[in-house]
Design a protein around this ligand. Structure first.
Ligand code: NZQ
Ligand code: ZN
Length: 386
């Protein structure tokens, strides 16, 4: 095991009616909040109204910013920062998934920024302060509710970049599985793929640790267990909670312990595809991750063999099990998640591959298991274009 520091200050409430303590929790830090939401699902599920009722009962004032889109945009973040500054709020509350929570984090940091919040994303300025952040998670997948990362797109330059700071961990997150039972099947598949990919980014980063590898496998098995149950019955709240908790742990810092850094090439290439074509994050990963696995597994046959044995019960020599495990995984993505692994199915042509590889969302060299340059990324994308 490599040396590590584990830090996670987010208080997480999971279960039915957990929202009951929201008012008293937020009251300790804030009298006036900025409430951020997406395009409308929070209204449809009733969670939005419930939150307003609680805020009123707790005498917490609020202003709202609605309409955050998937793959959230810098321009919305900037507008929301203006609202937060004008209204002198003292906390931000996100109701939604990764897109709304990431926007809330960027607003919380941008509140204290005199210049352009995008400087934080280019790492030319460091985040020194943040408003307290609270989350009501309505779709599990990204783990943004329990980490200090935010990913935002600047449309004008087609860049999708991240910030990361200990100051951006949410103070508290509420996950009531009932408010997730309306998630459509395609979004369930995207988020399932995202969770698997978060695990892979560390599991296949090139370092072995018995304990953390075993927990990582448990997270993957939980996703594979819960998805068919949720497809059969979206109101299965027990499976919702299992899926949600696995999602939070896939990227809350734990799976990084003892390994040094994660690989994250698949995520960066995926971000380039989202930035250029607006494709859902999980769908980009369904395209890139299997191709990346095929391109890179040769660098750690032993780990890919462990994956094949643990996840799919395969037997045989390392070389055969490592490669069969990847194809069993691809088959799961097709047959259970119903996602394509092919760029061309999304209308992206072979001649566009070079442009994706040149997008600024991918810093070079990229990755730890195999350090990729632009030519490597072109090879990976060609593998996904079958
Ligand atoms: O906008 P609304 O109407 O709310 O609809 C959303 C959206 O269309 C819908 N939805 C959310 N809760 C629902 C619901 N529909 C029905 N019932 C509910 N209860 O779901 C759609 C997707 O929402 P979104 O927040 O975009 O999804 P997700 O949570 O997957 O977030 C994706 C974003 O997070 C970033 C991604 O890059 C992407 O921009 N990521 C953030 C990370 C982080 N902060 O650590 C790490 C990840 O790797 C990822 O990069
Ligand atoms: Zn992700």
């Amino acid at each position: 095991m490599k040396s590590f520091t584990y830090y996670n200050p987010t208080k997480v409430f999971v279960g039915s009616d957990v929202l009951e303590n929201m008012g008293t929790t937020i009251q300790k830090k804030a009298r006036k909040i900025l409430l951020l939401t997406g395009k409308g699902s929070a209204h449809k599920t009733g969670v939005y109204q419930r939150v307003l009722d609680i805020l009123r009962q707790s005498e917490i004032q609020y202003v709202t910013y609605e309409g955050i889109q998937s793959n959230p945009l810098l321009k919305d973040v900037q507008e929301a920062i203006d609202v937060a500054k004008k209204e002198e709020v003292d906390a931000v509350l996100a109701i939604g998934g990764g897109s709304v929570i990431d926007s809330a984090k960027a607003v919380a940091a941008g509140f204290f920024c005199e210049d352009n919040v995008w400087d934080f994303f280019h790492r030319t300025k460091t985040i020194k302060n943040s408003l307290p952040i609270y989350c009501i998670l309505t779709i599990s997948g990204t783990a943004s509710e329990m980490n200090g990362t935010a990913v935002i797109t600047k449309q004008e330059t087609n860049e999708k970049l991240s910030i990361k700071s200990e100051l951006l961990f949410p103070r508290a997150t509420w996950i009531d599985p009932m408010y997730q039972s309306s998630i459509p099947t395609n979004q369930l598949s995207y988020t399932a793929m995202d969770i698997m990919s978060h695990v892979f980014e560390y599991y296949f980063a090139g370092y072995h640790t018995y304990f953390v590898d075993s927990v990582s496998e448990s997270i993957m098995k939980t996703v594979m267990y819960a998805v068919p149950l949720l497809q059969a019955n979206p109101n299965n709240l027990d499976a919702r909670a299992e899926f949600a908790w696995a999602a939070s742990w896939a990227l809350n810092g734990f799976t990084a312990c003892g390994r040094g850094y994660g690989d994250f090439s698949s995520h960066r290439i995926g971000h380039a595809i989202s930035a250029m074509y607006g494709i859902a994050h999980g769908q980009t990963l369904a395209i890139v991750q299997p191709a990346w696995m095929r391109y890179c597994y040769i660098c750690d046959i032993q780990k890919f063999a462990r994956f094949g044995r643990e996840l799919f019960g395969l037997q045989g020599n390392d070389e055969a099990v490592a490669s069969d495990g990847i194809f069993r995984f691809i088959d799961w993505v097709h047959s259970v998640l119903g996602l394509t692994t092919s760029l061309s199915d999304l209308g992206i042509r072979a001649e566009d591959i070079k442009k994706i590889a040149m997008n600024d969302s991918i810093p070079y060299p990229s990755g730890t298991l195999r350090s990729l340059n632009q030519e490597d990324v072109i090879h990976v994308l060609r593998l996904s274009n079958f």
